[in-house]
Each structure stands twice: as C-alpha cells, then as structure tokens.
Design a protein around this ligand. Structure first.
Ligand SMILES: NC(=O)c1ccc[n+]([C@@H]2O[C@H](COP(=O)([O-])OP(=O)(O)OC[C@H]3O[C@@H](n4cnc5c(N)ncnc54)[C@H](OP(=O)(O)O)[C@@H]3O)[C@@H](O)[C@H]2O)c1
Length: 259
C-alpha cells in the first residue's frame, strides 16, 4: 500500500454527496471547497445567487462537482425547499454541514422578539429540520456525517453573545442528541467550534486593527482564524476516518478557548 492509497482509503470523499448551508461565504465556502476537492459532489445553499454561482463556478473550474440552491433558511418552508432542491441535484446527501448563521448582536437588554426568532430560526431550527429530513435516511443507508459550525459563544459570553450564544449552545446540544439517535447506524454528529475568524460575518470587528491584534493575542497560535483553517477538520469529520468520533465539539481556534 502506498501512502497515497492509504490516505485515499481513510479520507477520500469520492462517491459521497454533501450539502453545505452557508456554502457561499466564509467558513462554509472553505468547507464546501475542501469536501469537493476531497471528491464529494457538493450542493451549496444560501440566499444570494451571485455568491452561490461564483462559488460553484470556482469549484467546477477546479474540476470539482458542485451545484447551488438558493433558499432562505430563516423559515420552515424555506428549509424544506432547500432540502428538496438540494436532494434533487445529486440525490440524498451523505454529509450535511450546517454553516449558515447570523449574528445580529444587539445587547441583551435591547433584544427584540424579532431578533430572537430570526437567530433561532437560521442558527438552530434549520440545522434541526435538515437533520430530521436527512438523518433517518443516512441511518438507513448506514453512513452519514452531520457537522455543525457552532461558536466559542456556545461556551462563554463574548461581545454581546445574547441570543447568538444561546442558539449556538443549543446547536451543540442538538449535535449530541443527533449523535445519540443515529450513531448506532453509522451516522456521526459533531460540531466545529471557531474562535474569531476573519470572514464577512465579522466585517465590523475585522475592520478595527486594534481589535484584530488584541484578539490574535488571545490565541496560542498568535493569529486569528481563517476560513481555510476549517478544511482539514471538515474533511476528517466527513470521512470514514472519523467513524468513532461522535457527539463532540472540536475547537478550531488556535488555542483561543484554552488560553
Ligand atoms: N467568523 C467567525 O468568527 C465565526 C465565529 C464563530 C462561529 N462562526 C459561525 O460560523 C458559521 C459561518 O460563519 P462565517 O463567518 O463564515 O459567516 P459568513 O461569511 O457571513 O457566511 C454566512 C453564510 O450563511 C448564509 N446565510 C445567512 N443567513 C441565511 C439564511 N437566512 N438562509 C440561507 N443562508 C443564510 C450566507 O449567505 P446569504 O447571506 O447569501 O444567505 C453565507 O453563505 C456561522 O454559523 C457562524 O455563526 C463564525
């Protein structure tokens, strides 16, 4: 066996189908790219068509198989349309990545019902509904990988965590419940936990050089996260290699959480 065939056997996603929500930007886009380059057929889901089309164009240009579905994951109907639209492209997914997320950041005292509902719908309810739609089929087929992107704010208060932190704490619990339900049938559910990552979600904080330096100093690696930092962990969690890793929260944060 060559090193190449050993690695292929362990990590290749050839023949797998992946659905990546939020796959048109930031962490989700980097993960969609990683899964596609590792061999999976990838469907990216988000709202804005220009960003979706650009993502798919780049992947197809690299020789990957990828497609997009535009849907609003902020409503139950939107989630259902996204699920059916995505499954219609390459068939039922073996890998579900929930990276779509919003952080509206009002201080707790100014939190309205609307912000609460919008945040919980996209960050927590959509991953739950997609899990309900695809988890049982994965279990029936004996292989599935569910990967949620949570946040350090699932574990600590940080720049007005408010409902955002609540939604991400719930998402980590959801991963454990999904793991409990479907792990006996070859379906794992885990979360990747970012610290501070330089993406469009953080446009305001990223534009403040003093803040960027201060946050980098709080890591052990000495820098803030990049979307590409999630590629390796995502391929691992999507692949055969992680069969015995389930219900876990895996921090990809340069040591931010333990410093
Ligand atoms: N960046 C960080 O420092 C950081 C830290 C901790 C956790 N996270 C988490 O990591 C995940 C990815 O964040 P990111 O930084 O990569 O953010 P991003 O660059 O802003 O990407 C967010 C993605 O979610 C999609 N999205 C948002 N609302 C949606 C909706 N209602 N329906 C469908 N798609 C929707 C966006 O596309 P459209 O707007 O076109 O819909 C976009 O593709 C999020 O769950 C976030 O909470 C990020």
């Amino acid at each position: 066996m060559t090193p190449q065939s050993y690695l292929t056997d362990l990590f290749s996603l050839e023949g797998r189908v992946a659905l990546v929500t939020g796959g048109s930007s930031g962490i989700g886009r980097a993960i969609a790219g990683a899964l596609a380059h590792a061999g999976a057929k990838v469907v990216v889901v988000a709202r804005r068509e220009t960003e979706l089309a650009a993502t798919v164009e780049e992947l197809v240009g690299d020789g990957c198989r990828a497609a997009w579905v535009s849907a609003d994951l902020g409503s139950r109907d939107g989630v259902r349309a996204a699920a059916e639209g995505a499954a219609a492209v390459y068939g039922e997914p073996d890998i579900l990545v929930n990276s779509a997320g919003i952080n509206l950041r009002p201080p707790m005292g100014e939190l309205t019902d609307e912000v609460w509902d919008a945040t919980m719908a996209v960050n927590l309810e959509a991953p739950h509904l997609l899990g309900q739609r695809f988890g049982p089929g994965m279990a029936e087929r004996g292989y599935g990988r569910i990967i949620h992107i949570t946040s350090q704010q699932a574990h600590r208060a940080f720049v007005h965590s408010g409902v955002y932190g609540v939604s991400k704490g719930g998402l980590e619990s959801l991963a454990r419940s999904q793991a409990e339900a479907w792990s006996p049938h070859g379906v794992t559910a885990n979360t990747l936990v970012p610290g501070f990552v330089m993406t469009p979600l953080n446009r305001r904080l990223s534009a403040d050089p003093a803040k960027v330096t201060e946050l980098a100093a709080r890591t052990m690696a000495g820098r803030n996260g990049l979307a590409e930092d999630f590629a390796g962990a995502a391929v691992f969690l999507a692949s055969r290699a992680s069969a015995y890793v389930t219900g876990q929260s895996i921090f990809v944060d340069g040591g931010f959480s333990v410093h």
